[in-house]
Design a protein around this ligand. Structure first.
Ligand code: RUQ
Ligand code: CUA
Length: 656
């Protein structure tokens, strides 16, 4: 083991040096990659800030986690598609509507691909979008508050995987179905899949000022699986590309039956053309049920509206809008380089990486050089659109990202490595092992015209021996590489929460400056807010009791409440009167069948309690907020159902 030069970073160095031993032992790669100055490169001194934010998908946690780079420190888990007791998201009355769907309230989701909003092809840091795979939805998170503020369900979709990627000016966030299904859904034999199921590609418009989402149209495609997607940019802005597999349209044992065709397709969709068609009244409205959930920052309350129809477009009705580019062997990733010229299709079972040329594609379309069609959609000639292939780079290619120097980085799941290659010459420049079985990778500024080629991190599916064991389940592991030089250099391992599918990352300064510190109490329009201790009250309405409660260091008002009866439904509407950064208060009452609330300064949140037992029950603040936090408590008296105890409340005196 090498000697440590900088004592301040010694712990980090020890850890990194251990990975160096592994590195050498397992792969024979250059252990110099972990020379002692590596620790300095990831060391962010106490009190200093990281240079980049990384937003890493939580996969089956349903959420999104926020990290700093290069330190790999986790800052926050943002609840999106799953109930989150830590903040009360999905438990509080205000946020329950966020998880409403056409299938009712759903407490969980499977999130995959975050993507940050853009202006002119550059990341602007206003919003981040993420898809839910299982019950198809797209969420929008406001990067001022780091809160989920909008969720739209995607009808006619199933396994919403080729999502949620945004176009150059965030005109659309795009969501493609992984599974094809009967559209509209109906009772039919599964074996009749072929020719009868369809795949919906949804274009969800994002209003420029407000960011409000709306499904503008869905393109009803043949019944393939649409795996991943990326927007064109620069010269290819206006197009969107989707990888497909199972062009065999198999409905059973796909591992064999969907691996028959030598080539599947990348579908190239000219959305500008379809948008124009739709703006001129094209397409048709079809009945469909889907939820649109919106969180209002002034009422601190979400509403859920069930929409009843959606506009669908048959691609063959818009000539020149959709084409198929043959791509070898069940491609997974579909990635477009920063210039917009190259479209990379990573054939999972292919020995080579296939790169298509946008210019050649336009040429072939112009000259109508087609090689047949599929369900009326022209198939282009493989050779006519091929820009080049990266020969034998590794096994099991999945995803590609780009730096700002004309290099691409592709992950290989089977051979567990990241391979760097040159765009245009297709030569392999470098390869580094990953630990282990890498899926996605991210370069800050990815999916934009201006990637920031300083760091790349790989997200691995298997962790095994990288950390101290934690029983059968290990958190997944990400690995950070310095990519500023010719060769990639491994800097750091850090654990991620849930399954990190994709991640989006960007320079921190844009977000940091705009980050919200409090909610202004004057702007709180929550109907049950109490904006001072004087406004607190308890109101009975039949068997519902509404408690207008406030909290401030270090008391609740009221803190003695009587007159509640078994069988009542008690609403605690708690307003946090603090107007200071980072001073939330919590609220929980004994026997409550829901989570606590964590209420931000200036915010009102509501929790429901249906007491089943007579007694005097305490409630308290769950967040250690002040020196007298332990004194932040109160009592609520529950009388029998038929008692005549009057409603009374107090703070600082006894109830008489
Ligand atoms: S996937 S590991 Cu859900 Cu993006 Cu490729
Ligand atoms: Cu408020 Cu602890």
């Amino acid at each position: 083991m090498k000697h440590i030069l900088k004592p301040i970073a010694s712990l980090v160095i020890v850890l990194v040096t251990f990975t160096s031993c592994n590195n050498t032992k397992k792969s024979g790669s250059n252990s110099g990659a972990l020379s002692s100055n590596v620790a300095e490169k990831v060391f962010v001194a106490p009190g200093e800030h990281d240079e980049f934010y990384a937003f890493i998908s939580g996969g089956y946690s349903g959420n999104l986690t926020v990290y700093g780079l290069p330190s790999g420190r986790m800052f926050k888990e943002i609840p999106v598609f799953s109930q989150f007791p830590t903040s009360g998201y999905g438990y509080s009355e205000e946020t329950k509507p966020m998880l409403n769907t056409s299938h009712g309230f759903i407490p969980w989701g499977d999130s995959h691909h975050p993507d940050i909003s853009q202006t002119n092809g550059e990341i602007d840091g206003r919003f981040i979008f993420i898809n839910e795979n299982n019950t198809p939805r797209i969420a929008k998170i406001d990067l001022q508050s780091f809160e989920t503020t909008e969720i739209i369900e995607v009808p006619n979709s199933a396994g919403n995987h080729s999502s949620s990627f945004v176009t150059e000016n965030t005109e659309y966030v795009v969501a493609g179905t992984r599974f094809s299904v009967p559209i509209p859904q109906r009772d039919m034999p599964i074996k009749d899949y072929k020719g009868n199921f369809q795949g919906a590609l949804s274009f969800i418009s994002v209003a420029p000022e407000t960011g409000d989402m709306d499904i503008k149209f869905q393109v009803l495609m043949p019944g393939f699986n649409y795996d991943l997607s990326h927007p064109g940019r620069g010269k290819s802005h206006g197009w969107f590309f989707f990888t497909t597999y199972n062009t065999e349209e198999a409905n059973t044992l796909l591992e064999v039956n969907a691996s028959q065709n030598d080539k599947d397709f990348i579908a190239a969709v000219n959305w500008k053309k379809i948008e124009e068609y739709v703006n001129n009244g094209g397409g048709k409205m079809m009945p469909a049920e889907y939820a649109h959930n919106v969180y209002d920052e002034h009422t601190h309350t979400a509403t859920s509206t069930i929409k009843k129809e959606v506009r669908v477009v048959n691609p063959t009705d818009v000539p020149g809008a959709v084409f198929f580019l043959p791509t070898p062997k069940s491609p997974h990733g579909c990635d477009v380089d920063p210039t917009g010229e190259y479209i990379v299709g990573n054939g999972k079972l292919s020995a080579n990486l296939t790169v298509h040329s946008f210019t050649k594609m336009l040429d072939a379309i112009e000259n109508e050089k087609f090689d047949g069609e599929a369900y009326g959609i022209p198939i282009l000639n493989f050779e006519d659109v091929l820009a080049g292939t990266v020969e034998q780079p590794g096994l099991g290619p999945l995803h590609t990202e780009f730096d700002d120097q004309g290099n691409a980085y592709t992950t290989f799941f089977i051979s567990s490595e990241v391979v760097k290659w040159k765009v245009g010459t297709w030569e392999v420049i470098d390869r580094k092992p990953t630990y282990y079985s890498v899926g996605h990778l991210t370069i800050p500024g990815g999916n934009s015209r201006k990637p920031q080629g300083k760091y790349m991190f790989a997200m691995n599916k298997i962790t095994k021996d990288r950390y101290l064991p934690t029983g059968p389940e290990m958190e997944h592991s990400a690995q950070l590489y310095d990519i500023s030089g010719d060769k990639m250099e491994l800097l750091l391992d850090f654990p991620t929460h849930g399954e990190p599918h994709y991640a989006a990352a960007m320079r921190a300064d844009l977000i940091k400056e705009r980050s919200r510190k409090i909610y202004n109490l004057d702007e709180n329009n929550h109907p049950y807010a109490a904006k001072s201790d004087a406004e607190t009250k308890v109101v009975r309405d039949g068997n519902e009791v509404h408690i207008y409660m406030t909290t401030i260091r270090s008391h609740f008002s009221p803190d003695n409440i009587e007159g509640i009866k078994v069988g009542d439904k008690v609403f605690f509407h708690v307003t946090n009167l603090e107007q200071d950064f980072d001073v939330p208060h919590g609220f929980a009452v004994l026997g409550q069948n829901t989570s606590e609330l964590l209420i931000m300064p200036g915010q009102t949140k509501t929790s429901v309690w249906e007491p089943t037992k007579v007694g005097v029950w305490p409630f308290y603040c769950t967040d250690f907020c002040s020196a007298l936090h332990q004194e932040m408590q109160g009592y609520i008296r529950v009388s029998p159902k038929n008692a005549d105890t009057p409603i009374k409340w107090s703070m600082g005196e006894d109830i008489e």
